[in-house]
Every structure is written in structure tokens, then in C-alpha cells.
Write a protein that binds this ligand. Structure first.
Ligand code: ADP
Ligand code: MG
Length: 355
């Protein structure tokens, strides 16, 4: 398998073998893999939030309003879910629950038995999942469970961290993103990323948007102007800034800055947009605009969004994956995850009983 790293000497298996397949995910140690350091993309440094041992909480806690179906009785959650979560925390083997509907989707990304450690600390454990083409996939889970780490691997942002070791593979359109022949700058264009805190460059709106073309050496003013307008329109920002394209981007509001960052990612003509909690620094009105934008961009682009806001995941995504302590717990159509999840621990998480 091209670019694939072997796990305990065995070749990794095909990702989705058919409807209702359960994939074993245990906590085996990862092997060292050294990679060339690549020039950084504009970025904020990863959160240093720590994994907290989560325990099931009491019935007195208020449930959130996202769970739409009949709740699993709490006694069942506590007996089945809590013991399984405890087993995961002890590092025992665990099978991800992948809904059959995923097998009907066309994958643009295949995350294949993927594990990651920061130095001695393993934070992702044998994750296997596809990301469906043209859909919005939300990744949810308690703080520190590895959501950012996972999406940063898709466009190799974690290359910037010296101590990172990985095992398994991630394929974009069938090609390993870790293939030694792969151009990392190209991968980061094909899978553009937007971070929690808007990170415009201290330059004009125009120069921010056309940045991906500038680093490719494009000089033609007509092409730059066209891409700038097209990207700003796609990011629903054009009408607000068209008369001030040469104004410094730092003067925009937080919500405008975030849409500018999305426009900059779109200017690179990506196949996938990776959004890491893109609304967490924004007010509700700006959040609404970004959510509307995500729905508009879906179809044309594949979107992976990390969010700690379950209502947001329920509103805007087609599929939702729940991570816990670096494991993929359950992954399926969003309406199923929030109304009739297969696992009691997913039910417990989406109703606010843990996390
Ligand atoms: N650069 C890093 N070096 C060491 N540990 C890190 C680094 N980045 C994240 N971690 C740790 O990895 C775990 C997962 O973090 P992260 O992916 O940011 O989780 P999430 O996005 O779900 O909150 C956490 O325990 C975090 O402290
Ligand atoms: Mg994060």
C-alpha cells in the first residue's frame, strides 16, 4: 500500500469492508517515523489542553436539548457505557461503531488504522474512518480527546512538531498524504485549514486572499483580481469589503476575519476544508454567518469541522464522529448520532451526561 506504515509488521487492512463493519481499535504502541520539516503554513499553535479522565456523571445533570429521540435509560448508560469508557481509559481493545450508511458514501479521505504520539504520550489510537466527498463531517468529543490532532494530520500540520510519531495512513483521493513524493505545500492547498482564532496576515484584504497564489508565484493582476473576488464571494464577504480591498485585514471584525480566512483557503482551490472550531471565538451573529456559509459550500467542497458545540454539529453536518480519549467511538449520519445512536456512551455524550 503506497505510503502506508506497517503496524506490528502487518499490512493495514481496507478501511470499510461493508455495512455495519466494526473496526478494532486497540492501544498498541506506535512506531517511529521521521519526516522532513516543511515550511509552516499560517497557524496558531496547538492547544495544550490535557486529556482529563472522564467519568459518568449523575442523573441530576441537565441534558442538552440536542438529543431528539427516546433517551436510553440512564441505568443502561451507566452499566454499559461507563464500564466501556472505563475499559477504554484502561487501554483495553475497543471497537468503533461505524454506521452502515458510511459504506454508501464516496470517500475523499481515508483515515486508516491511524495512531499518533507526542513523544511518549499516545493521543490517537488506531482510528479508521472515511470522510465522504462533498459532505460536512463534524468531529465532536471532550476537550483533549484528539480532534485537532486528527484534522491537523490530514494536511500534515503536525509535521511542525518534532516529537510526533505516527502509524497507519491517511489517503487523500487515494494517495497517502505521507508519501515521500508528496509536496506538502500542495497537500495544504488541497486540504485548506481554518483555525479557532482568525489569523489574517497584517496586510491588505486583497493580499490575504491571494496569498496561496502569491506563494505559487502568480503575478498576473487580472488572475489575482478574479480569484480574490471569486473567493470573497464564496466566503460571503465580498459585499462587505469590495470597496476596501486595500484596507488592512486586521481592521475587520472577528467574524469578517474568519470569513477572510475561509476565502484565503478557498483561493487555494481546495478539495477539502478543515475547520477547527471556527466559530468558538465569534459572537452568535458571526457564528450564524459561518454556519450558513458552511452549508452553502457543502457539495462543492468536502468539509470537516471540529466543534465542541453539539447543537452546531447537529445543525450543519451530514455525518458526526465522536472521539473519546483518542479513540473513534461512533460515527454515523448526524441525525442518527443525535437521535438514535447505537452506543449508550454516545447517547450519554450527546445528552450532556459526560464530557
Ligand atoms: N504539540 C503538542 N505536544 C504535546 N502534546 C500535545 C500537543 N498538542 C496537543 N497535545 C496533547 O494531545 C492531546 C489531544 O489534544 P488535541 O488534539 O488538541 O485535543 P482536542 O482538539 O480534542 O481538544 C491533549 O492531551 C493535548 O494536551
Ligand atoms: Mg482542539
Amino acid at each position: 500500500m503506497k505510503g502506508c506504515i506497517l503496524m506490528n509488521g502487518q499490512e493495514t487492512k481496507r478501511l470499510v469492508n461493508g455495512p455495519g463493519v466494526r473496526l478494532t481499535a486497540n492501544g498498541s504502541a506506535v512506531t517511529h517515523r521521521k519526516r522532513r520539516r516543511e515550511p509552516p503554513m499560517p497557524d496558531e499553535w496547538p492547544d495544550e489542553s490535557s486529556v482529563t479522565e472522564k467519568v459518568m456523571e449523575t442523573e441530576s445533570q441537565t441534558s442538552s436539548d440536542v438529543a431528539l429521540g427516546t433517551p436510553v435509560p440512564l441505568a443502561k448508560v451507566l452499566s454499559a457505557g461507563a464500564s466501556r469508557l472505563d475499559a477504554i481509559a484502561r487501554g483495553e481493545p475497543f471497537e468503533s461503531e461505524i454506521h452502515a450508511e458510511l459504506a454508501q458514501e464516496t470517500p475523499i479521505l481515508e483515515i486508516d488504522h491511524f495512531s499518533l504520539s507526542y513523544g511518549p504520550k499516545q493521543v490517537l489510537f488506531n482510528i479508521s474512518m472515511i470522510i465522504p466527498r462533498g459532505k460536512v463531517t463534524a468531529i465532536i468529543g471532550p476537550s483533549g480527546c484528539g480532534k485537532s490532532t486528527l484534522i491537523r494530520c490530514i494536511n500534515r500540520m503536525n509535521d511542525l512538531i518534532e516529537s510526533v510519531r505516527i502509524e497507519g495512513d491517511i489517503r487523500l483521493d487515494g494517495t497517502s498524504v505521507f508519501d515521500p513524493g508528496v509536496d506538502v505545500t500542495e497537500i495544504r492547498k488541497r486540504a485548506g485549514m481554518v483555525f479557532q482564532k482568525p489569523n489574517p496576515f497584517p496586510m491588505s484584504i486583497f493580499e490575504n486572499v491571494v496569498y496561496p497564489l502569491r506563494i505559487q508565484g502568480v503575478r498576473d493582476r487580472k488572475i489575482l483580481a478574479e480569484v480574490c473576488e471569486r473567493s470573497l464571494r464564496a466566503a460571503a464577504l465580498w459585499d462587505e469589503v469590495k470597496d476596501n480591498l486595500h484596507q488592512n485585514a486586521m481592521q475587520l471584525s472577528g467574524g469578517q476575519q474568519q470569513r477572510l480566512c475561509i476565502a484565503r483557503a478557498l483561493a487555494g482551490d481546495p478539495e477539502v476544508l478543515l475547520l477547527d472550531e471556527p466559530c468558538s471565538a465569534l459572537d452568535p451573529i458571526a457564528t450564524n454567518k459561518i454556519e450558513d456559509l458552511i452549508r452553502e459550500l457543502a457539495g462543492t467542497y468536502t468539509i470537516v469541522i471540529v466543534t465542541h458545540n453539539m447543537q452546531q454539529a447537529a445543525r450543519i453536518s451530514d455525518f458526526t464522529a465522536l472521539l473519546y480519549l483518542g479513540r473513534l467511538i461512533e460515527y454515523g449520519p448526524t441525525r442518527r448520532i443525535f437521535s438514535a445512536p447505537h452506543l449508550p456512551e454516545t447517547e450519554a455524550y450527546v445528552t450532556g451526561r459526560f464530557g
